[in-house]
Design a protein around this ligand. Structure first.
Ligand SMILES: [Zn+2]
Length: 131
């Protein structure tokens, strides 16, 4: 990650720089302590094109064999709508992510599921929510 990007506001929308928010997670310097933190860091990883981190935080049961981000849209904003306290080793995060495709503004409203194994959170899958 370059220094300029690290000094900018974190793509995940928290009021902190990337360096103080999602970068240490994406760089593997520390692990997300909540499913919401993991979800936010994965969103930032999509913005930054950090495919390795996305795979590393994807649960083995649902992880794709390869992840190609070349065709991914331009992500322009994240809003976490609900992140209830974890139910044991499981948690959900509901979010709305805005993106652009060919100049057109779109958004993704998803309920993501996460599981914690050996103290680490993993993304399992997500269900698109009706508007
Ligand atoms: Zn962040």
């Amino acid at each position: 990650m370059n220094k300029k990007a690290l000094a900018k506001p974190c793509p995940c929308g928290r009021p902190a720089t990337l360096a103080r928010c999602c970068a240490p997670l994406i760089a593997g310097q520390r692990h997300a302590d909540t499913a919401e933190a993991l979800m936010r860091s994965r969103y930032s990883a999509y913005v930054l094109g950090a495919a390795d981190y996305l795979c590393a935080t994807w649960h083995a049961s649902t992880r794709p064999a390869t992840l190609d981000l070349t065709d991914s849209p331009r992500w322009i904003g994240l809003q976490v709508l609900a992140a209830p306290p974890a139910d044991g080793e499981r948690a959900t995060v509901e979010f709305d992510a805005r993106y652009r495709v060919h100049g057109r503004a779109c958004h993704l409203h998803e309920l993501s599921r996460f599981v914690r194994e050996d103290g680490r959170w993993y993304y399992v899958d997500g269900a698109i929510q009706p508007d």
